[in-house]
Design a protein around this ligand. Structure first.
Ligand SMILES: Cc1ncc(COP(=O)(O)O)c(C=O)c1O
Length: 567
């Protein structure tokens, strides 16, 4: 009898263990299925593969014919390149000199300089089209370099510049005047903060606010709060989305450590919703609404522009519908839904992405422009989620500080910004935002089409990306032609153009004319060589071959020997 009972118990335990393993296996499979097929969707594999990619670059000859272009095309490219190089050296002489002097001491500058274009071309480009990373003034929608050249600003200062540089200069000045008597006293508040909190609560529709020094820190705190209150470990982010450079939100290339408590799922996918329903360790879902422009794609940078497969397409309704379904699943599973509006907040609408897409989050992070031109990160959230301690467990706290949080000067500039948001002038700007920017993008695309140029722009309101309609290995050259025409781009090049909302129609017409002129010059110089055999696939294949060939070379040759023209 006892034996029979023991056997039964063992069977029972075995059965339960089997059932548990099957459930775990099913969850793993669901998780795998919810990963995006791209490398960006497989952070660990991407990180591992990245360590195998050897450095190689092209010599002065191969540089111009890496796509197998014939001699006459190559010659035309070379002449165009040399003309551009001479123009850069004369027109931007002082700015280039200053940049070169500073580069050895500024690691960020060395990094951005190395990654403006695909690495195979980078050294030759740096030698002949040196970067000019300094500016001395800004006015209206322009910035002026050390040589006195004025550029239309398409950098948007990483998205901070929503209302125009003159506006932020004034906001900083006026704000500073209001808090000057208190000065940089920290740990105690200037009364200006009271109105900031009230206005942020109203705008976000949430109960409480916390102040930080950057968007990255705001995201860190939002995730930490979600983990604290749900007592769960994992955060979910969507493939390609940027949320700052903190390790947990950057699980792939760029972070030396694996992010073990991060799931990267496919954006706008039923499989991902299934994972949220079945995984029990998900504390929060992070959404960067900018991904609506290129769901599952990483920030489009020209350093990855080796062919013309960059795609973007903005479908507001489809993304709003996705957010609604995501909202429902998060509510059902008690998962904290975080909108990371550090980039898009106050750019798409006064009430940010929540208002624009008609979906409410539990926590919202803001940053960039909200500081009125000064550094900032903010979390707004439901009262129960924002609490950093438990009354019934006094030692169980969720710690967050930051020496410069609520700095009086930042709070005052923010106050100027938030007050400006309440004005009829700001309301008018937001009213026609999308039609205005959609029309500008459509007009530019029509002109590009009329001129038979293989370039098009895709936009989400005032945030644009440039796509290329003909397979080509040299699209990244466009950023240099654009600069020559007086258009200032950020270091990621044509992947992201950000307009401030104070662009008038005539400002924009000037930008469009220069954009078309730049693309025409690039076409004349032969970079978009018309060859039916050249496809995005064939370009990718050629690059993989080059990489493998270089990898197979003995180590001592892998270093700095440029690839010569293929015979
Ligand atoms: C959506 C988003 N989140 C977070 C960050 C990080 O903000 P910061 O650069 O202020 O740390 C950024 C910056 O670009 C961002 O776009």
């Amino acid at each position: 009898m006892a034996l029979a009972m023991t056997t039964l118990a063992l069977y029972g335990a075995g059965g339960a263990a089997l059932a548990t393993s099957l459930v775990a296996l099913r969850r793993r499979l669901e998780l795998s299925r919810a990963k995006h097929r791209s490398l960006a969707g497989h952070a660990r594999i991407a990180r591992r593969l990245a360590t195998f990619v050897p450095f190689y670059d092209y010599d002065a000859e191969r540089f111009f014919c890496s796509d197998g272009a014939p001699a006459e095309v190559t010659a035309s490219r070379r002449i165009g390149f040399e003309r551009l190089s001479a123009l850069y050296r004369s027109r931007f002489a002082e700015t280039i000199r200053c940049t070169a002097d500073a580069a050895s001491g500024i690691s960020d500058l060395q990094f951005t300089d190395a990654y403006r274009v695909p690495f195979q071309y980078s050294r030759y480009v740096r030698d002949h089209l040196p970067s000019a990373a300094f500016m001395q003034s800004s006015a209206g929608v322009t910035v002026t370099d050390l040589d006195g050249n004025r550029f239309y600003d398409l950098t948007g200062s990483y998205g901070v510049n929503v209302f125009g540089y003159d506006y932020y200069k004034e906001a900083i000045e006026r704000g500073a005047a209001r808090v000057r008597e208190l000065g940089p006293v920290l740990g105690l508040y200037h009364p200006v903060i009271v109105e900031n909190v009230a206005l942020l609560k109203e705008i976000s529709g949430l109960d409480e606010v916390s102040f930080h020094m950057s968007g990255t820190e705001a995201v860190m705190q939002a995730v930490r709060l979600a983990r604290y209150h749900t007592r769960r470990s994992h955060l979910v982010r969507f493939c390609g989305a940027y949320h700052g450079w903190w390790g947990d939100v950057q699980p792939g290339i760029g972070n030396p450590l694996p992010a073990r408590e991060t799931f990267t799922l496919t954006d706008m996918s039923e499989e991902s919703l299934r994972v949220l329903r079945t995984q029990h360790d998900v504390a929060c879902v992070l959404v960067n609404p900018l991904q609506a422009l290129h769901p599952n794609g990483s920030a489009p940078t020209d350093s990855a522009l080796l062919d013309s497969s960059r795609r973007a397409h903005f479908d507001k309704e489809a993304y709003a519908d996705w957010l609604k379904r995501l909202r429902a699943v998060c509510s059902e599973q008690n998962i904290v839904l975080i909108f990371d509006e550090v980039f898009v907040g106050f750019r798409l609408a006064k009430g940010g992405a929540q208002e624009y897409f008609g979906v409410r989050a539990d926590l919202v992070t803001y940053g960039k422009t909200l500081g009125g031109g000064l550094p900032i990160g903010v979390v707004c959230g439901r009262a129960d989620l924002m609490k950093r301690f438990r009354a019934e467990r006094p030692a169980d706290i969720c710690f967050a500080r930051g020496t410069f949080n609520s700095h009086p000067y930042v709070m005052a500039a923010m106050n100027e910004f938030l007050r400006h948001l309440q004005t009829p002038e700001a309301a008018a700007l937001y009213r026609d935002l999308d039609p205005t920017w959609n029309k500008r993008a459509a007009d530019l695309n029509n002109r590009l089409l009329e001129e038979a140029l293989p370039v098009e722009v895709v936009n989400m309101s005032s945030i644009w990306t440039v796509c290329y309609t003909q397979p080509c290995r040299y699209n990244w050259m466009l950023q240099y032609y654009l600069r020559a025409e007086g258009l200032a781009l950020s270091w990621i090049g044509t992947g992201r153009l950000i307009f401030s909302l104070n662009y008038t129609d005539s400002d924009f017409a000037a930008v469009a004319a220069r954009f078309v002129a730049a693309a025409k010059a690039m076409q004349r110089d032969g970079w978009w060589w018309d060859n039916p055999a050249l496809t995005n696939k064939s370009i990718k294949r050629a690059i993989v071959k080059e990489t493998i060939a270089r990898r197979l070379l003995p180590r001592r040759h892998q270093k700095h020997e440029p690839l010569a023209r293929s015979k």
